[in-house]
Design a protein around this ligand. Structure first.
Ligand code: NAD
Ligand code: UDP
Ligand code: UDP
Length: 326
């Protein structure tokens, strides 16, 4: 007999950076987890430590295709999140965002299951309003190189709200701002992992543009905590809710901090800024504070140190594997 409190939970994108931390957290709470991933940017390594857990199951599947399983709750995390990866196959990115959302909403509707959508600060595009609050509709280029992701995620939000209004599906939409931490892929391409890996290898730190653009970085543990709190809210709380750390840094600040914390000999190198790169980004998290009694606890320096320690080990491991096999 199943324990009545133990839920069966589907995590799409569960072998990715955030998804794998979420799977771990949900198993820790005593739930059964079905992790669905097509390994586009995620990896088996991220969940290898969970494979022997009696309540963990891994299914290789692309959410652009229908999925018929029986679960109580769904976290829809599947989608490449790094500009490098989501731009590599923009049509697939759009399909994952839109068809993936549609299939997961169809599944949620059939099962009467609550569903969380991993939305993004990218719905605000290159924002004219700063900091960004949920009321702001954004400034998104519909035909640029980031549009596959930005518009895909915006369309997914629309689908979530229409399934809620029209079909009564219980939805929770969280707009995630730049989040970092252990298990990002070393070749992920996002700024925190790039700078740390470059610094650890004493290679040039690649700043795109003049480094004066800003981002606000949230440590993964804070983000997983708030996602779980959102899922536990009453039915009428649908979001969207901004989730992220409101402390803002320039990209140049970040480079200097990473060099300092790693003790690296890396020099900073300036490269062209990709088009439509947002100039500023900082979440207004008032709604999350009020509804969820949540705010991030991990300051950037502490989070960076934990992430640096992770990459340090991961790089040593990959060098050992290379020495053995090359
Ligand atoms: P990630 O690339 O590490 O993880 C995404 C996972 O989804 C990977 O395991 C990938 O293989 C899987 N995936 C991609 N397409 C799929 C498909 N069609 N079917 C099944 N699986 C698929 O990225 P992440 O940082 O862990 O992001 C997770 C989610 O959070 C994404 O939806 C992303 O848009 C959102 N998000 C993340 C951030 C962040 O800063 N980390 C910010 C905003 C939004
Ligand atoms: N769907 C799914 N699993 C389910 C139920 C539906 O993958 O358990 C998919 C279904 O294939 C469809 C989508 O979800 O493509 C939307 O389903 P819905 O029932 O809303 O629409 P319809 O089937 O009428 O197009
Ligand atoms: N960036 C950078 N060097 C890198 C990777 C990224 O200067 O090696 C910049 C990028 O141009 C952007 C910011 O860092 O201004 C954050 O980029 P990321 O890809 O992490 O996420 P975004 O918030 O742009 O989706």
């Amino acid at each position: 007999m199943r324990d009545a409190k133990r839920k069966r939970i589907l995590v799409t994108g569960g072998a990715g950076f955030l998804g794998s931390h979420l799977c771990e957290r949900l198993l820790g709470e005593g739930h059964e987890v079905l992790c669905v991933d097509n390994f586009y940017t995620g990896s088996r390594d991220n969940v290898s430590h969970l494979l022997s857990h009696p309540y963990f199951e891994m299914l290789r599947h692309d959410i652009c295709l229908p999925l018929y399983v029986e679960v109580d709750e769904i976290y829809n995390m599947a989608c490449p999140a790094s500009p490098l990866h989501y731009q590599a196959d923009p049509i697939q990115t759009m399909k994952t965002s839109v068809l993936g959302a549609l299939n997961m909403l169809g599944l949620a509707q059939r099962l009467k299951a609550k569903i969380f959508q991993a939305s993004t600060s990218e719905v605000y595009g290159d924002p004219h309003v700063h900091p960004q609050s949920e009321e702001y509709w954004g400034n998104v280029n519909p035909v640029g190189i980031r549009s596959c992701y930005d518009e895909g995620k915006r369309c997914a939000e629309t689908l979530f709200f229409d399934y809620h209004r029209k079909n009564g599906v219980s939805i929770k939409v969280g707009r995630i701002f730049n989040t970092y931490g252990p298990r990002m892929h070393p070749n992920d391409g996002r700024v925190v992992s790039n700078f740390i890996v470059q610094a650890l290898k004493n290679q040039p730190i690649t700043i795109y543009g003049n480094g004066q653009q800003t981002r606000s970085f949230c440590y993964v543990d804070d983000l997983i905590e708030v996602i779980c709190r959102i899922m536990k809210t009453p039915r009428e709380v649908t979001g969207p809710i901004n989730i992220g750390n409101p402390v803002e840094f320039t990209v140049l600040d970040l480079a200097q901090q990473v060099i300092r914390l790693t003790g690296s000999k890396s020099k900073i190198e300036f490269h062209p800024l990709p088009s439509d790169d947002p100039k500023q980004r900082r979440p207004n998290i008032q709604r999350a504070k009020e509804l969820l009694d949540w705010e991030p606890k991990v300051p950037l320096e502490k989070g960076l140190l934990a992430t640096i320690a992770y990459f340090d080990k991961a790089l040593v491991r990959s060098e050992e594997v290379c020495l053995k096999n090359c």
